[in-house]
Design a protein around this ligand. Structure first.
Ligand SMILES: [Zn+2]
Length: 168
């Protein structure tokens, strides 16, 4: 298995078929295979897609979103820690501040609107990569995937295209 550390955003990238979601079959019988996944800063890409750098850009965009959210959570935690130190002089409140910051981050990651936004941004990154490298535009197929049962966001193809283009 080939793997490497990507520096910016920091991510461990592995080309493996382990821990990838099984294919999803749509209502029309279309089989949607999972090419890659990002869990936190760990990216897994199916070895069949090793040459597809667009997939890599897609997953690395998810890693960017992950680090941004972590940084936002830490900033909120640190900010309230400062307030607690000033107002209460520290104490056990600080534990609650960090538990609340962690809960907010976890809640955010579960929210549908946040997931839709992250996915649209990742597809936009993939599309921009195609455009930069003179590869054929795949907007229609990327939007079809975003609108597919892989995500179950309830988007139409047109809505998915519009969403992706918002972030290009
Ligand atoms: Zn994605």
């Amino acid at each position: 298995m080939r793997k490497f550390w990507h520096k910016w955003p920091l991510a461990l990238v592995m080309y493996t078929d382990e821990n990838l979601r099984p294919p999803v079959v749509g209502a029309d019988g279309t089989i949607w295979r999972t090419a890659g996944t990002a869990r936190g800063a760990v990216v897994r890409i199916h070895p069949d897609y090793e040459a597809d750098t667009g997939i890599l850009h897609h997953e690395l965009n998810h890693v960017c979103s992950f680090w941004e959210l972590m940084a936002a959570g830490a900033a909120v935690g640190l900010g309230f820690t400062g307030v607690c130190l000033l107002v209460f002089g520290g104490g056990f409140y600080l534990a609650f501040v960090w538990i609340a910051a962690l809960a907010a981050v976890l809640l955010m990651r579960k929210m549908k609107a946040y997931k839709v936004r992250c996915e649209a941004m990742a597809y936009a990154a993939q599309l921009k990569h195609h455009q930069r490298n003179g590869l054929p535009s795949e907007l229609a197929s990327l939007a079809a995937r975003l609108a597919s049962p892989v995500y179950d966001f309830g988007l139409t193809q047109v809505e998915a295209e519009r969403l992706i283009l918002k972030y290009v």
